[in-house]
Design a protein around this ligand. Structure first.
Ligand code: HSE
Length: 386
């Protein structure tokens, strides 16, 4: 395999190091805007066309991240007939149908194992499970930063700002951690997981996402006493009478302490699927980091070299989400008590807020968006079945 590697940041360097130990794979080019004097075994270039026009290069690895220029680079690579391996969850979850369609049309592989779960062999096993079984749901803690923050609040009794500041000082959280704490990172991973599990192409932005920005110590303390741990969970499941529709959402979730999800600490992730034949299966491990993520990318290289295709189904059905058909109880703390939805909610007092009876995911997320648009305070957490 002869490779063009796009991007030489944290993960790019990890992939480069791992590939350097293999005789069957050669990085011929590294595409980066910076001069990279430490790269002596590959040509460093800024010229995408130089790589794409080289017939010796059969595979490109995109680790630039973000939407642009990664989107154009990946599209051009597929059009040029190169296999593409990427860890780019934003790109894939936003342009899934188009890029998978293009890979199929050109007869090349598009693999993205590292885009959800980092080093955990999640998407690859999910796609294998979906070949044989009907997947009913995927769910889990897919973001290490938020798990670190919530774990510090739960175990050490820290408040949100203190826990986040510490995560930033230790280098776990980004300088701008919005995408993590507002649930967008988990949203991309949930959308991708739904696509692989159900053979659909859900629209990333249609996945309801409410993060942990507004959580307070009083929320975690109150529920800890009652045997619950707060976690940010991404979930996608089949809904409707015959499971004909799909719901997908990201929300803070109150989880009984005696569950696998309730015992994930630090930056670790846990992701699970539930399928016919196999039941519920959990995957736990490092969801981020140079070498765990680099490892997953190189696994994709090995699979491409072995002639495996993508992680997707033969069919790819654009699917509008039906979050109105998924419902469970919620903990809700808000001062937006004049809103008609709040007034008609069946609820009992719980801590500084209320515990509701089952309401639909879309109604609760809509309410939170309305509250925030009115400058009101709102925090909620779901109580799904475990
Ligand atoms: N920011 C992500 C996390 C990195 O905290 O899990 C891995 O996608």
């Amino acid at each position: 395999m002869v490779i063009g590697l796009f991007g030489f940041g944290t993960v790019g360097k990890g992939v480069f190091d791992i590939l350097a130990q293999r005789a069957d794979m050669r990085v011929k080019y590294v595409l980066d805007l910076r001069p990279l004097p430490e790269v002596t075994t590959a040509k460093v270039t800024r010229d995408l066309e130089e790589i794409l026009s080289d017939p010796e290069v059969d595979t490109v690895i995109e680790l630039i991240g973000g939407m642009n220029p990664a989107y154009q680079f990946v599209k051009k690579s597929l059009l040029a007939g190169k296999n593409v391996i990427t860890a780019n969850k934003l790109l894939l979850s936003t342009h899934y149908g188009e890029l998978v369609g293009l890979a199929k049309e050109k007869g090349v592989s598009l693999r993205f194992s590292a885009a959800a779960g980092g080093g955990i062999p999640w998407l690859v096993n999910l796609s294998r499970a979906a070949r044989v079984s009907r997947i009913a749901s995927v769910s889990g803690i897919m973001n290490g930063t938020t798990n670190y923050v919530l774990d510090s609040m739960d175990v050490l009794g820290k408040d949100f700002d203190e826990a986040l500041g510490e995560a930033q000082r230790l280098g776990f959280a980004e300088a701008d951690p919005s995408s993590d704490i507002d649930g967008l990172d988990t949203r991309h991973k949930t959308a991708l997981s739904a696509n692989v599990a159900f053979g659909v192409a859900v629209e990333d932005e249609a996945v309801d996402a409410f993060g942990i920005r507004f959580v307070k110590k009083l929320d975690t303390e109150y529920w800890k006493e009652k045997g619950y741990v707060l976690k940010l969970i991404g979930k996608a499941c089949r809904v409707g009478e015959k499971g004909e529709a799909v719901a997908a959402y990201v929300e803070p979730t109150l989880i009984p302490k005696d569950t696998p999800e309730g015992n994930i600490h630090g930056c670790d992730n846990i992701i699970s699927f539930e399928g016919s034949h196999i039941g519920k299966t959990h995957f736990i491990g490092a969801g981020a980091g140079r070498y765990p993520t680099g490892y997953a990318v190189v696994q994709d290289c090995v699979d491409v070299a072995a002639g495996l295709g993508g992680l997707y189904h033969e069919s790819l059905v654009p699917t509008p989400l039906s979050n109105c058909k998924a419902a469970h109880a919620y903990y809700l703390r808000t001062d937006f008590t004049s809103d008609p939805f709040f007034v008609r909610l069946e609820k009992t007092p719980a801590g500084e807020g209320w515990r509701t009876t089952a309401v639909s995911v879309s109604e609760m997320h809509d309410f939170a968006r309305r509250a925030l648009a009115h400058g009101k305070e709102v925090f909620f957490a779901g109580f799904p079945e475990f």
